[in-house]
Design a protein. Structure first.
Length: 165
């Protein structure tokens, strides 16, 4: 008989395989691998769900960002329009104020001019009356002087009333 080391290696191999089968090691390995496969499948499914949720959230946020950008554009446009209206209104108010001040100044100048002309006329009349009085005193007697003086005063008053009216 030829029992050598190869024979014993073969026998120990078959015993090892038998022990593996007896203790149901291949089935335990298979169930462990199946459990790992199922866990991996669950994780993949969960990852797919998370991926879909992330896509949905991303699209929602992109819509929100788009809406926000549109709102910002509208707000900027509205603010720009309001600023332009305020500038126009302020400019118009400024021009109206300047126009009223100009009219007021022109009216004041006109009043001052009229007052100056009245003052000049009054002063001219006074000087003329004084000159006439001096001339009359020097050249006429008292009764003629009183008549001329009274009539010239009346004429001057009438002339001033007519001119000032």
């Amino acid at each position: 008989m030829m029992i050598d080391a190869t024979f014993w290696v073969m026998i120990s191999f078959f015993v090892f395989i038998g022990l593996l089968i007896y203790f149901k090691i291949p089935q335990k390995i298979k169930t462990t691998l199946d459990e790992n496969i199922n866990n991996i499948k669950k994780q993949i499914n969960e990852a797919d769900k998370l991926k879909e949720d992330a896509k949905n959230i991303l699209t929602e946020h992109e819509k929100k960002i788009s809406n926000s950008k549109n709102e910002v554009k509208q707000m900027l446009s509205k603010a720009s329009d309001e600023a332009e209206k305020n500038i126009i209104k302020t400019n118009q108010d400024f021009h109206n104020l300047m126009e009223s001040r100009k009219k007021s100044a022109e009216e004041r100048i006109k009043q001052l001019k009229n007052q100056a002309l009245k003052d000049i006329k009054n002063t001219s009349v006074k000087i003329a009356i004084e000159s006439v009085e001096k001339l009359i005193k020097n050249s006429l007697d008292k009764s003629k002087l009183d008549k001329i003086y009274s009539s010239s005063i009346e004429e001057t008053k009438l002339a001033l009333k007519n001119k000032s009216s």
